[in-house]
Design a binder for this molecule. Structure first.
Ligand code: TXA
Ligand code: MG
Length: 359
């Protein structure tokens, strides 16, 4: 199959994509978070193609992409006022809500759960594709399962060239990490995955918010978290990745002591001079957290290279979008974090980065 890449600005882009969706095919769609691999979310055969193309485990449900709050009732019931309040404030945007599913939503979309996830993406062309298709579009991140998510049309082409008919190219995804998922199907709202809408923003509307334990800690073997996808070690390059926390200088000393040719350092723009000779790769500025979230997956994909032995990664501290970046990087690291402040003293006799000798 020839994979066509159509710019979102092409006049025929939305209609061509909608035609494929209506006929039960797959289309890669741009969104502000990451690119999705979309199909008719009400058609079990179309949905099965998504799972096959991604190599996705069947127990991992899909998000239905819809045009706006007025469509929630078509696919969900027992909708609390909070869902409308959140939609009013954050849609279109990087927020997914989990609500009790109506029976029109097939079991393969929900992976047999009694709930369904819905989101209205902030991409004009993608909302137009949904509208013209006349169906909700089920779309996971377009990456092959287990690989870092896709934030450009080129990433999607790399993973699916020759396997899907169309990629709509809307440029690089603005947010760069997947949507925030909040479960509204139980008495208390629960954050299942952090993303572009921060816990602080959610609390402004909801008042109350439980953070699911799978957000901050490794899921035990055999356990299924509330968002089944959170149990998988994705986002990770092929080689081991360790997060090194602590001050810039201490982290650089620690990493430079261990660095071997063939290793890579994933760091912030501001830190590049500290890693001279260590093949550093920056994913954005520490002073601009949005640049880090936007750059994270591109960087992780670049590091997904069999020639690399080990990645040392720096992760921003704090709240807001930093919380989502921490979640993705910790999962990529299989929760392997070293605090350079604690482990450094015995190692400090080794090479010190320029400018850090006096520490
Ligand atoms: O930003 C995004 O959300 C992107 C773009 C394409 O919209 N989509 C995305 O989909 O990240 P995916 O499939 O890669 O991640 C969806 C996550 C998975 O962890 C899945 O388990 C969870 O949402 N999920 C889906 N339906 C659910 C449900 N009914 N209850 C709990 N978790 C659910
Ligand atoms: Mg995904």
């Amino acid at each position: 199959m020839n994979t066509q890449v159509l710019p979102a600005t092409a006049p025929e882009a939305a209609a061509t994509a909608a035609e494929i969706i209506k006929n039960g095919g797959l289309v890669a769609i741009p969104t502000e978070t990451v690119y999705g691999l979309g199909a008719n979310g009400l058609d079990p055969e179309a949905v099965a193609k998504i799972f096959a193309a991604k190599g996705r485990p069947q127990d991992n449900p899909l998000i239905l992409h819809i045009c706006g709050a007025e469509q929630i009732e078509e696919y969900c019931h027992h909708i609390p006022q909070a869902a409308y309040d959140l939609a009013q404030r954050f849609w279109p945007g990087p927020l997914t809500m989990v609500l009790p599913a109506k029976s029109c939503v097939p079991k393969c979309t929900t992976a047999g759960l009694p709930t369904v996830a819905v989101r209205c993406p902030d991409s004009t062309v993608t909302r137009e594709i949904i509208r013209l298709s006349g169906v909700p579009i089920a779309a996971p991140s377009a990456n092959i399962s287990g690989k870092p998510s896709t934030t450009t049309a080129q990433h999607v082409l790399h993973d699916h060239n020759g396997k899907i008919p169309l990629i709509v190219d809307g440029g690089a995804s603005r947010v760069g990490v997947e949507s925030t998922i909040v479960d509204l199907s139980e008495e208390r709202p629960r954050l299942l995955r952090p993303g572009g809408i921060t816990p602080e923003q959610l609390k402004e509307v909801l008042g109350d918010l439980i953070v699911d334990k799978a957000v901050t800690a490794e899921v035990a073997k055999g356990e299924t978290p509330k968002a089944p996808g959170m149990k998988y070690r994705h986002y990770a390059p092929q080689c081991p990745l360790v997060i090194v926390s602590g001050s810039r200088e201490k982290a650089a000393m620690y990493i430079r002591n261990l660095y071997q040719p063939g290793d890579r350092v994933l760091c912030f723009d501001e830190e590049l001079p500290l890693y001279h000779g260590c093949d550093p790769l920056s994913y954005g500025q520490e002073a601009d957290l949005e640049s880090l979230s936007a750059g994270l997956f591109s960087a992780l994909r670049e590091l997904d290279d069999p020639k690399i032995h080990q990645v040392y990664a720096r992760c921003p501290e704090g709240e807001g979008i930093a919380f989502a970046i921490q979640n993705r990087l910790r999962k990529a690291a299989a929760f392997h974090i070293v605090d350079a402040e604690e482990v450094l003293p015995p190692l400090c006799k080794g090479r010190c980065p320029e400018g850090a000798e006096g520490l």
